[in-house]
Design a binder for this molecule. Structure first.
Ligand SMILES: [Zn+2]
Length: 285
């Protein structure tokens, strides 16, 4: 119940911020220093959605790198408010992550084992996600563990999506974005919901919310996605953004796709900045 009240309060608070932060780039400055982890979904081996010659994993990296650049290049200088990590780029996974995963192999396996033994039943929306392969599952648990140990302030998982249909080379019926956050029984739920709400506000200025019914609220509670910390396995606020359906016309040509990914990264950046501004605001109260 308390959680539900929190959610309602947040939804009421969000428009107040969005009115004053309506410009493309929020101009206010933050007091604190924040650590952001960007996780472009999938990788070369598990490419995620594919539509004609477009691969989701490439779109995820591109958007992730655009986003990372927005944090590190503010007016040509390094922005002292942010410490930004991205799990992989065009050359593959980052060395620091591979080293961590290798050095903590057993710990991660134990962690994974403990979490998989505590299954919760409540599942609000029942959206079907493709199961991550075993290796990817372990890597995602490792990323969560790393994020908790390194006091990361927000994790953003970047994805595009598709759904099974008769002729996958033809465009599908759904369009729009959805933001997944951990269900209310999990310890990182409230902050993740707040984070998701601020990013929702920014994306919604330019993009439709998913018209796939289980995603149509835009903010979707989720308990099984490893990315957002199933079974209370993550302290850090974490959201998984499905920015759109890979076959949407807006992504259909290289130049169009590039422009959209830039716009989406800017919306994500603005939402993140508004979220930390909100946390600073309530901390002062
Ligand atoms: Zn994906």
């Amino acid at each position: 119940m308390i959680h539900k009240l929190f959610y309602i309060l947040i939804l009421l608070a969000v428009p107040v911020f969005s009115v004053s932060a309506h410009k493309t780039t929020p101009e206010f400055s933050l007091d604190g220093q924040y650590k952001i982890l960007i996780v472009p979904g999938h990788d070369e081996e598990s490419t995620g959605a594919v539509f004609r010659d477009t691969k989701e994993e490439d779109m995820n990296i591109k958007l992730g790198l655009f986003l990372a650049n927005l944090f590190s290049a503010s007016g040509g200088k390094k922005d002292p408010n942010w410490e930004v990590y991205i799990t992989r780029d065009w050359d593959g996974y980052q060395e620091w992550l591979l080293d961590y995963l290798e050095a903590n192999k057993e710990n991660i396996a134990d962690f994974q084992e403990i979490i998989s033994q505590t299954v919760t039943d409540e599942h609000a929306f029942n959206v079907v996600h493709l199961d991550a392969q075993a290796e990817m599952r372990t890597r995602l648990y490792g990323i969560n563990k790393w994020a908790d140990e390194n006091q990361i302030d927000a994790i953003i998982h970047i994805h595009f999506t598709d759904y099974p249909r008769k002729n996958p080379s033809q465009r599908g019926d759904y369009k729009g974005f959805a933001i997944y956050f951990p269900e209310s029984q999990f310890k990182n739920s409230f902050k993740s919901f707040a984070l998701g709400s601020f990013i929702f506000q920014e994306l919604f200025k330019n993009y439709p919310v998913s018209d796939y019914l289980p995603e149509s609220l835009g903010l979707v509670p989720e308990q099984k996605l490893i990315a957002v910390g199933p079974n209370n396995s993550l302290d850090v606020p974490a959201i998984l953004i499905e920015y759109g359906y890979i076959y949407e016309i807006r992504f259909s040509a290289f130049w169009k796709r590039d422009a959209e990914l830039r716009k989406m990264s800017q919306a994500t950046y603005n939402g993140l900045k508004n979220y930390f501004r909100y946390l600073e605001f309530i901390a002062k109260k």
